[in-house]
Design a protein around this ligand. Structure first.
Ligand code: GYE
Length: 343
């Protein structure tokens, strides 16, 4: 009796294992990702796109990744592989090489820093795979190594912050005699966002001899580092009038550090807070008066990327640069944007 039951159980288990293997094979579960990608995409005549996203360091980045996922979707005839490089250029170079060996149709690259891309982009070019730069830019000798760049004018963003500060100091009654001490919370050094925003801001600062930039502190676009660096700066400098924080995530950390140091920030405080990106949570902070000004950087680039790839795929000529329109938010205009902010 015991034996019969044992055999019956064994037979049932063997049947279940065979059924799983059979179904797995038919649905491609046991195929390597590469084979799986190519078979599915070719079968359905889709455009295969490899996306090398630089990381998930900020609210901006999450919104950008989602926007790409939504636009480069199966329904939209795309087969998309998104790799996340965790803010590391080596990982991005490896991702691009993987995409080349998978023979994708297009590569979308959001480069963590500007330098160091020449060889890998040449490899993509030699393989005949067009590279679309998204968000940040690259600094290469030969601009034919990429097809186009879709993103923001970061230098203009920095200049907008500087112009706003000039106006604000004037409104507060500052004269040329009044010293203004500024600290900068920097995003990833060598990234377009850091370089561009600082260049734009420094150009305005150069016209205001009473502005002193006390220190630039690398806080890598993250809240944790923003808080840590701000706390350190507050201990080091007695008089800080302005914080130029190169993204919202660092700003959130900085506000916490300022409050913990029993200092006040924003429209009603003694430290002026300048921020970039202008995600929903930051706009609420502008509305509540914790952030004085937030210069918009729009992460919703997915639709434009999809549109440009479709054009290229249809053999049409595309532009070398696509820059999106952006705004500047202060307490005066922010209310109208609070309810329908997508990120
Ligand atoms: O401002 C920041 C993100 O490159 C524009 O990267 C982007 C920046 C953005 O981490 O929040």
């Amino acid at each position: 009796m015991k034996n019969r039951k044992y055999y019956l159980n064994t037979i049932i288990i063997v049947i279940i294992i065979l059924a799983i293997m059979f179904l797995g094979e038919s649905y491609g579960i046991f195929l390597s990702p590469k084979t799986q990608n190519m078979e599915t995409s070719e079968d359905e005549g889709m455009i295969v796109v490899g996306v090398s996203q630089l990381g998930y360091e900020s609210v901006w980045r999450l919104a950008n990744t989602k926007s790409v996922e939504d636009a480069l979707s199966k329904e939209n005839r795309f087969f998309t592989i998104i790799n996340n490089a965790r803010q590391n250029q080596e990982n991005q170079i490896k991702d691009i090489r993987d995409f080349i060996s998978q023979d994708v149709d297009y590569i979308v690259l959001a480069p963590v820093t500007e330098k160091g891309w020449d060889s890998v982009l040449r490899e993509a070019k030699e393989a005949g795979i067009p590279v679309i730069l998204m968000d940040r830019e690259v600094e290469v000798q030969d601009s034919s190594l990429y097809a186009t760049h879709i993103g923001s004018d970061m230098e203009l963003e920095g200049a907008r912050a500087g112009t706003w500060l000039e106006g604000e100091l004037e409104r507060r009654g500052y004269t040329e005699e009044d010293k203004v001490n500024i600290v900068i919370l920097q995003g990833t050094p060598g990234s377009s966002a850091q370089i561009g925003r600082e260049t734009g801001f420094y150009n305005i600062a150069a016209k205001n001899p009473n502005w002193t930039i006390l220190e630039k502190a690398d806080a890598d676009f993250t809240t944790a580092k923003g808080k840590e660096e701000m706390a350190r700066l507050l201990k080091r400098y007695e008089k800080i009038d302005v914080v130029f924080s190169e993204n919202d995530d660092m700003t959130f950390g900085a506000i916490e550090a300022i409050n913990e140091a029993e200092r006040t920030v924003g429209a009603n405080g003694d430290i002026i807070m300048i921020s970039f990106d202008a995600g929903h949570e930051a706009l609420v902070n502008v509305y509540n008066g914790n952030i004085n000004v937030d210069v918009e950087c729009n992460p919703l680039l997915g639709n434009l990327v999809a549109e440009v790839i479709k054009k290229m795929d249809a053999g049409q000529q595309v532009g070398k640069k696509y820059i999106i329109d952006e705004k500047v938010f202060t307490k005066e205009n922010v209310e109208a944007y609070l309810s329908n902010r997508e990120y």
